[in-house]
Ligand binder design. Structure first.
Ligand code: B4P
Length: 193
């Protein structure tokens, strides 16, 4: 199996690049943001609670997202690998993911982090907010709160993988094609041929 984490602040291009990477490498895409938004659309109790938190730009509690990822792993027993997008976002989530993968006799092969300036993140998210219908993209204050959550709780997750020599950083600014190319070059260094 090949298991990859695509990492970066909100608006760094994780969702955009994940779409291309899953097609190229045949990985199963697991985006906690997408899973939470499906719960919101279905108006489940989990979705209703999650929306309140997401609309403030805060992180949903660890146990909720860990539970969603655990079920998604169980529901895809034949996957040849997973692309984790937007997860893990805290060290507790990273530790839980390690345990879940270990139970399946597998592990994370690499984390690739997309580096993008704050000014560019805000520009991209406000721009997406014009068409996405996402309430967390339309208000600059909420976008800034998401970036602060990233700085305070999520950026340390990169150090967690760095200690195991699994972290690679690439520039997340430039055209979508250029970034996709850089991602492929990095992934292929980590893939066993
Ligand atoms: P996510 O759904 O993960 O969303 P995101 O971080 O905002 O977006 P992403 O980074 O994927 O967007 P992309 O750059 O592709 O999270 C939403 C919320 O859910 C969180 O705030 C949190 O509340 C909750 N949540 C999710 N996972 C959680 C977890 N594990 N724990 C706790 N809470 C969790 O796209 C941005 C825009 O940039 C797009 O419009 C795109 O077209 C554009 N773009 C992309 N690449 C570009 C480029 N190279 N140049 C110009 N524009 C580009």
């Amino acid at each position: 199996m090949f298991n990859l984490i695509l990492f970066g602040p909100p608006g760094s291009g994780k969702g955009t690049q994940s779409e291309r990477l899953i097609t190229k490498y045949g990985l199963k895409h697991l985006s906690t943001g997408d899973l939470l938004r499906s719960e919101i659309v279905a108006q489940t109790p989990l979705g209703i609670e999650a929306k309140k938190i997401m609309d403030k730009g805060q992180l949903v509690p660890d146990e909720v997202v860990i539970g969603m990822i655990s079920s998604a792993l169980d529901n895809n027993p034949n996957a040849k690998g997973f692309l984790f997008d937007g997860f893990p976002r805290t060290v507790a989530q990273a530790e839980a993911l390690d345990k879940l993968l270990k139970l399946k006799d597998t592990q994370i092969n690499a984390m690739i982090s997309l580096l993008v300036s704050e000014e560019e993140l805000i520009k991209r998210l406000l721009n997406r907010g014009l068409t996405s219908g996402r309430s967390d993209d339309t208000n600059e204050e909420v976008i800034r709160a998401r970036i602060v959550e990233y700085r305070n709780k999520t950026s340390v997750v990169a150090d967690y993988y760095k200690q195991f020599d699994k972290l690679a950083e690439i520039k997340g600014e430039g055209s979508i094609d250029e970034i996709f190319e850089a991602l492929q070059n990095e992934i292929e260094k980590h893939m066993v041929v």
